[in-house]
Design a protein around this ligand. Structure first.
Ligand SMILES: CC(C)(COP(=O)(O)OP(=O)(O)OC[C@H]1O[C@@H](n2cnc3c(N)ncnc32)[C@H](O)[C@@H]1OP(=O)(O)O)[C@@H](O)C(=O)NCCC(=O)NCCS
Length: 122
């Protein structure tokens, strides 16, 4: 289930964010979290299964029509079970009127998601 980030999830969110290659440095990580807390165009969501938070997806509202997925991360113990894809789907269904784009940090996995969808539809 996708849930909205709140301050009480800060530590777990930073742990998940740190799996992104560009977020290894603690200072960078703190700045990123600050942006999600302060900037209303930056929105962070977490993926909860039973009582555990195992995934994170962060988006930016680029303009009226598009959203960019700029962070996506799953706890290593829960990878390859479709959580990453489920988070992308959850964002898509929450913002059906917006075009969902990747940025340079997430394009690898998002392209893979698109391919998986095409294969399912064909
Ligand atoms: C990317 C990530 C979120 C995927 O989460 P997940 O829950 O394992 O994803 P799913 O189970 O829905 O999909 C798994 C598929 O995505 C593929 N995948 C994982 N990372 C990928 C990447 N960077 N580029 C392309 N495909 C990728 C896997 O190979 C797997 O394919 P397979 O099942 O054919 O082997 C997870 O691997 C992660 O947290 N990585 C570290 C953070 C990161 O680098 N994020 C940016 C990715 S561009």
């Amino acid at each position: 289930m996708i849930i909205r980030y709140k301050k009480s999830f800060e530590k777990i969110a930073m742990g998940l964010l740190s799996f992104m290659p560009a977020e290894k440095d603690l200072k960078v990580l703190q700045q990123t979290i600050k942006q999600y807390e302060a900037n209303e165009n930056w929105q962070l969501f977490l993926w909860k299964e039973e009582e555990d938070i195992i995934g994170l997806i962060g988006i930016i509202f680029e303009d009226e029509t598009s959203i960019s997925i700029q962070h996506i991360s799953v706890n290593p113990s829960h990878r390859h079970q479709g959580v990453g894809k489920a988070m992308v789907q959850a964002i898509k269904s929450q913002y059906t009127n917006k075009k969902i784009e990747a940025n340079e940090l997430t394009v690898g996995f998002l392209s893979k998601c698109m391919n998986m969808e095409e294969n399912l539809n064909s």
